[in-house]
Design a protein. Structure first.
Length: 94
């Protein structure tokens, strides 16, 4: 019998939701949530089957959620987006 290495990879479960972006409905995993200027934001990655996309992270504003339903909206203003990204990066460095 050949020696085999068994890798125990910890499965991480994320809350997920669907959202249409660029005309395509996609499933998203919530990686992190944070508050800034009295609003809640979420950092997400697209779900592809049983894995997360490696194309990068996405930032959405999280609206009031009812029960298990997650409601988000795209950040329309480039200025707001940049302020939120800067705040998130600064908090991640602490």
């Amino acid at each position: 019998m050949a020696n085999e290495e068994i890798k125990n990879e910890e499965m991480v479960e994320y809350d997920t939701f669907t959202y249409e972006l660029n005309g395509k409905t996609m499933e998203w995993a919530i990686i992190e949530e944070f508050a800034f200027e009295e609003k809640c934001y979420i950092i997400c990655q697209e779900v592809l089957g049983d894995t997360l996309s490696e194309e990068g992270l996405y930032l959405f504003e999280s609206l009031e959620n009812v029960g298990d339903e997650i409601t988000v909206k795209n950040i329309e203003s480039e200025e707001e987006y940049n302020r939120v990204v800067d705040a998130y990066c600064a908090s991640s460095e602490e």
